[in-house]
Design a protein. Structure first.
Length: 172
């Protein structure tokens, strides 16, 4: 499972660590991993009591449970399952690229180029986005890292070949 985060850095790190702990405890107690949907439900129920507070967390869970799963959970406990998410202050710029270029027939190389372009546009146009970017390819067999960069510093998006995934933080 992979998790992307957006919001207050401290809040995101805290809730990622809490979620990792709960997932590991579940696995030790029950002898199998928690599904992506169950993990999202657990996270949602843990975050809901903080609704209306100043906590700012938006986590997107990515993984494979009998097919690909992408579930967004925010600090008020809301859960949304979907095919494409862009979260954070740079997301309107990323959605602009995705809405224009995304098609489900993309090759692996085209997909990674699109993901990098979307992230580049978000980090280049939004003052509060940026720094490190990791792109992962998630399949039924697991995940593989497709791209890592610590800074986008040029005025043109970098070119590469690989796979569309997400810019994420590893949780397992």
């Amino acid at each position: 499972m992979m998790v992307t985060s957006s919001g207050s850095g401290a809040d995101c790190m805290l809730w990622e660590r809490i979620l990792i702990r709960e997932i590991r405890l579940y696995q030790l107690r029950h002898g199998h991993r928690l599904s992506i949907r169950a993990t999202a439900k657990l996270l949602s129920s843990m975050l809901h009591p903080f609704k209306g507070t100043e906590m700012c967390v938006a986590l997107t869970l990515c993984g494979w449970d009998n097919g690909p799963k992408l579930i967004y959970v925010c600090s008020d406990g809301a859960r949304l399952q979907g095919d494409v998410f862009s979260v954070g202050s740079g997301s309107p710029y990323a959605y602009g690229v995705l809405d224009r270029e995304l098609r489900w027939s993309l090759s692996k190389g085209e997909a990674i180029s699109l993901a990098r372009e979307a992230v580049f546009r978000a980090t280049h146009r939004d003052a509060y986005s940026g720094n490190n970017v990791d792109l992962f390819h998630i399949t039924a067999q697991g995940w593989s890292i497709s791209f890592t960069s610590y800074f986008f510093v040029t005025n043109t998006p970098p070119q590469t070949q690989g796979a569309l995934c997400d810019f994420v933080t590893m949780t397992e």
